[in-house]
Design a protein around this ligand. Structure first.
Ligand code: ADP
Ligand code: ZN
Length: 730
């Protein structure tokens, strides 16, 4: 793949499709010819499918049998750098190129001609009469304020008939507009709404501006405690990127945060950017995909899949909360969006900004080694300072077995409530209780399809499997022994903690923040805004609260079980606990009042707990890096997880043992193999899973060796093999 090449009619070209055949197939260029990279429609067996002109044809079989490309689609051709990106990403993750192309061609209606269409948005008038159905329609429009829906999409999203929407149009509560299907996005003005930066922030912004002006690839790790202004700083980088006429992409780990973020971008640039995630309608996706490709979208806010949009001139990728584990795609193509952002930027000469208060060990190591630039914001904006941190030694507590809030924590909560401040109690467990136990026979209710317990969700009156989502009503009798009324919840979840807090503080306003308790993004956003405005005294929350919300009245954070993440043999456990605890503690004292964070623990001497309390970040990373270096694991060694899954448990173990025995190609590059062992989740949706771990030195050609090794095996039809380079747990 060198310069974009033109193929005239009848010439042989290789077309890659997203079909699982995973081969570049020969076709004849259509009438009028085509460019390399063109999106085309080709016949494949009896079907017509979309593909990309990938290379010249090989012509290694009967020329008369080769069919012609049907037509060239009216979208910008895939740029050469995108082809290179997909190829390298495929090589790195050991994913078929066709699967990569599928990620990059997720544009609904790719071949449809441009046209006008009717779209619907929120109007200014109130309807004369509110019904449930009408409320739902308006709620959907409010949830995605900036986006337009077609009639069918809107009705479907709200679960109503199109008549309901039309009724609202008649009353002016919903507006109907004719719009070109692929309208460019509103212009973002880099000179609009800039803030005066503090000294620290200005230094960082200057350095990023210069980096972007250079027009060369580079990665910057932007560190700074929560509230130090990292977002303000990287928005200045976006501004510079826009001034250069290049496009910017900001990745966020959580869709729940986009609404808040869009408002902020609008305040900074005078208009909303494009947003790309699972909540975006098909109409809108098609528009975004096309506009990103034609330069009609200057900035995209998105989930990890936005990395595969066809940017015409990408100048900046920001990965916010870069340490967040949700950047790792754990389904289908297994990739880490942070690593792919660096890969993509290095190919197209863009800057990457990795922003975090608690970077991943990988990024910290790269910054220490000088591979990444480092920028640090040392203080919080305004008067806010990091909270005091203390451990509460739970060994000295004598709480009843169904209570979790220690006396010391209770006293601090009480003081906050009396002063009109807010307290947050954090527990990283959704639901009421993690275990439902039969007191008669000792049976624990488990999911039928997964290796997981069913978790009681009392607010919904159901048992839910957190692996596969399966749910069932809470039974009255034990499914094992039939005993009646002997099922009991064991252990705390966020709902049970809410109950305890309400019992301790009957007059306080207690609010639960957990992702499963809100039906829509709008409901969750409204709750968060209400808390920020002082509408709650005590907040009980899961991981959801650790991310990005600003509650000015919050001055106390109590971590119910700081040891939770330290259990198990996961080598990343320390890193995760450290990050999570620092993030949660950072919620306290974001305005002028100083905060306090209390960690309930049974092991106050544990090095991780001590590092959290001492706030000694670099000390922690150094110690953690030393351990990993010693163990030869990422980022100091290379690893791959090979997951075998099948409905038949014997199948997967037989194959796994065979693979472990015939490890010649791996040994050739000095790699070691461990397993097979039950995977971290040993059964999901009825499929048994075993895992082999392959470990190699940093410089070893691991992918090539894995490819040669895997080629030796022919798994049965029902068995699937998936390769996970740099697995999250090891
Ligand atoms: P971070 O991304 O590091 O958590 P933010 O950029 O969100 O920090 O900043 C925290 C809060 O302080 C935000 O409400 C932000 O608008 C405000 N802030 C930060 N820096 C400035 C500044 N220079 N001028 C005005 N407000 C600022
Ligand atoms: Zn399940």
């Amino acid at each position: 793949m060198t310069q974009a090449e033109f193929y005239s009619e009848g010439e042989l070209v290789g077309v890659l499709t997203a079909q699982p055949i995973n081969r570049v197939l020969d076709y004849k260029a259509p009438e009028g010819g085509c460019w390399a990279g063109a999106f085309v429609e080709v016949p494949l067996g009896p079907r017509k499918v979309v593909g990309v002109v990938w290379a010249g044809g090989k012509g290694d079989y009967d020329r008369s049998k080769i069919r012609s490309i049907i037509r060239v689609l009216d979208v910008a051709p895939m740029r050469e750098e995108m082809q290179i990106f997909l190829q390298r990403a495929a090589d790195y993750t050991l994913t078929p190129l066709s699967a990569m192309l599928r990620l990059a061609s997720r544009a609904p209606g790719l071949g449809d001609p441009p046209s006008m269409q009717k779209v619907y948005r929120l109007g200014a008038s109130e309807p004369d009469r509110m019904t449930d159905a009408r409320t739902r329609v308006l709620a959907v429009l409010e949830d995605y304020g900036g986006l337009a829906f077609t009639l069918k999409e809107l009705a479907e999203a709200a679960g109503v008939t199109t008549t309901v929407v039309k009724g609202l149009v008649k009353q002016g509560a919903v507006l109907e507009e004719d719009r070109p299907r692929d309208l460019p996005f509103a212009h973002l003005d880099p000179a609009f709404g800039g803030k005066t930066l503090t000294g620290d922030q200005e230094q960082a912004a200057l350095s990023l501006r210069a980096a972007i002006q250079s027009g060369r690839y580079g990665t910057t790790l932007l560190r700074g405690v929560t509230g130090s202004g990292k977002t303000e700083v990287y928005l200045e980088a976006v501004a510079e990127c826009l001034r250069q006429g290049r496009q910017a992409l900001v990745l966020l780990p959580e869709i729940a945060l986009t609404a808040e973020f869009l408002t902020r971008v609008q305040a900074r640039f005078g208009a909303k950017p494009a947003e790309w995630h699972s909540g975006v309608t098909m109409t809108e996706r098609r528009r975004i995909w096309k506009m990103v490709g034609q330069g009609g979208a200057q900035m995209v806010i998105g989930a990890r899949s936005a990395l595969f949009l066809p940017f015409q001139n990408l100048g900046l990728v920001v990965v916010d909360e870069e340490h967040d584990t949700s950047y790792k795609q754990e389904d289908g193509v297994l990739y880490n969006a942070r690593d792919m952002a660096v890969l993509r930027a290095s190919i197209c000469g863009a800057r990457v900004v990795l922003a975090s208060a608690t970077p991943s060990l990988e990024s910290w190591t790269n910054a220490e080694a000088g591979k990444y630039d480092k920028l640090t914001l040392t203080s919080r904006f305004g008067e806010a300072v990091m909270p005091d941190m203390r451990a509460i030694d739970m060994r000295g507590e004598s709480l009843p077995s169904d209570r979790w809030i220690s006396g010391a924590l209770q006293r601090e909560v009480k003081a906050r409530v009396e002063r009109g401040e807010q307290a947050l109690l954090f527990i990283n467990r959704r639901g009421y209780a993690p275990i439902t136990l039969c007191r008669a026979c000792g049976h624990q209710i488990a999911c039928d399809h997964c290796d997981a317990r069913m978790v009681e969700h009392r607010f919904q009156k159901r048992l839910v499997c957190h692996q596969c989502g399966e749910s069932a009503p809470i039974p009255e009798t034990c499914p094992n022994c039939g005993a009646e009324g002997r099922l009991a919840p064991v252990g705390p979840g966020v709902e049970r903690l809410t109950e305890e807090a309400q019992a301790l503080f009957p007059d306080a306003r207690v609010v639960t923040l957990s992702s499963d308790l809100y039906g829509s993004a709008r409901a969750l956003k409204a709750q968060i805004e209400d808390i920020a405005a002082g509408g709650a005294d005590i907040i009980i929350g899961t991981q959801l609260v650790a991310k990005g919300h600003n509650f000015p009245l919050l001055t106390l954070v109590g971590v119910i079980d700081a040891d939770l993440g330290l259990q198990g043999s996961d080598l990343r456990a320390a890193e995760r606990t450290f990050q999570l605890m620092r993030q949660v503690a950072g919620r306290a004292g974001r305005s002028e009042r100083k905060g306090l964070a209390l960690l309930q623990t049974y092991q106050p001497e544990h090095p991780v707990i001590r590092a959290i309390i001492a706030g000694d970040e670099d000390g922690f990373w150094r110690a953690e890096a030393e351990e990993r270096r010693h163990a030869g694991v990422p980022p100091f060694g290379r690893m791959a997880g090979i997951i075998l899954s099948s409905p038949d448990v014997q199948d997967v173990f037989d194959l796994g043992n065979d693979m472990a025995r015939r490890d010649g190609p791996l040994r050739q590059v000095g790699a070691q193999i461990f397993g097979p062992a039950p995977a971290p989740i040993a059964r999901i949706r009825g499929r048994h899973r075993v895992r082999l771990l392959v470990k190699a030195d940093k410089g070893a050609p691991l992918q090539a060796a894995l490819t040669r090794w895997l080629a030796q095996f022919r798994p049965s039809n029902q068995t699937r093999i998936s390769v996970d380079i740099d697995p999250q747990t090891f």
